[in-house]
Design a protein around this ligand. Structure first.
Ligand SMILES: Nc1nc2c(ncn2[C@@H]2O[C@H](COP(=O)(O)OP(=O)(O)OP(=O)(O)O)[C@@H](O)[C@H]2O)c(=O)[nH]1
Ligand SMILES: [Mg+2]
Length: 231
């Protein structure tokens, strides 16, 4: 199975300088065969960082994380895709964990921040607002759309892999940060097989989030409602 690591960036130069050197090279040990960067219009030298190192960079005609997924599915020839955000949240040591599950036949593999053995960025805080919101959206997705398999613990996390065939089946069209939530809800609806493994979520190593909590939360409610109406 040919697997491509898709690195998603928009103005992440300071993070990329720290995180990219921690990534394994494509090959049998790494769990992927190729790397591609999908960049949503960086103006801070992120694109140039990768180009200088010979890593292919695909641009986007429209901004948005969901559009970046579309570019991967439309333009990257691979049997499966691992999506990775190089801002420090995601542990590169987990990269080899996707391949065995994909090769076992799972359509979608999610690194879960919520299951036993995992850790969420907010777990050490008293107020875990983002985690609680994530859990509420997750329970809604499981209750309304899951028709087989066990309870999925983290339907929103971006650190995940999907096969090309599954991506085609789901006809994803979310343009923004709701892309992963839409992917999981539609995977439930289509009775695709979903695997999770526990991961540890670390804080961002530099820079600021581009996903503001309240507007992103509203988009999640709309995405959920959209799937409910189309269920
Ligand atoms: N290709 C692409 N990547 C994007 C776009 N918008 C955001 N990203 C990337 O998606 C990843 C996740 O975005 P973040 O801003 O870190 O969102 P978050 O992880 O919820 O927030 P933090 O907790 O601050 O890390 C980062 O690597 C961003 O650079 C876009 O329009 N296109
Ligand atoms: Mg992040």
């Amino acid at each position: 199975m040919h697997i491509t690591l898709c690195i998603l960036t928009r103005n992440e130069r300071p993070c990329v300088e720290i995180v990219f050197p921690q990534l394994p090279k494509p090959g049998p040990e790494s769990g992927f065969d190729a790397i591609v960067v999908i960049d949503g219009g960086s103006t801070d030298g992120t694109k140039e960082y990768f180009e200088e190192r010979g890593i292919p960079v695909l641009g986007q005609s429209r901004r948005g994380r969901g559009h970046a997924f579309q570019i991967a599915f439309d333009e990257v020839d691979s049997d499966a895709y691992i999506f990775f955000s190089p801002d420090g949240n995601e542990d590169p040591k987990d990269l080899p964990k996707f391949r065995p599950l994909l090769e076992q036949g799972f359509d979608l593999v999610i690194a879960s921040r919520m299951m036993a053995g995992a850790k969420n960025e907010e777990d050490d805080q008293f107020l875990k607002l983002r985690k609680w919101a994530n859990n509420a959206f997750n329970i809604g997705a499981n209750l309304c759309f899951r028709r087989k398999g066990t309870f999925v613990t983290d339907s929103i996390n971006g650190y995940r892999a999907i096969t090309r065939e599954a991506a085609r089946t789901l006809a994803l069209d979310a343009p923004d940060y709701t892309i992963e939530y839409q992917m999981t809800m539609r995977a439930f609806k289509h009775k695709l097989s979903i695997a999770e493994f526990p991961t540890i979520e670390y804080p961002r190593v530099a820079g600021d989030t581009q996903a503001q909590s309240i507007p992103t939360g509203v988009r999640f409610i709309k995405a959920f409602w959209h799937e409910l109406r189309g269920a």
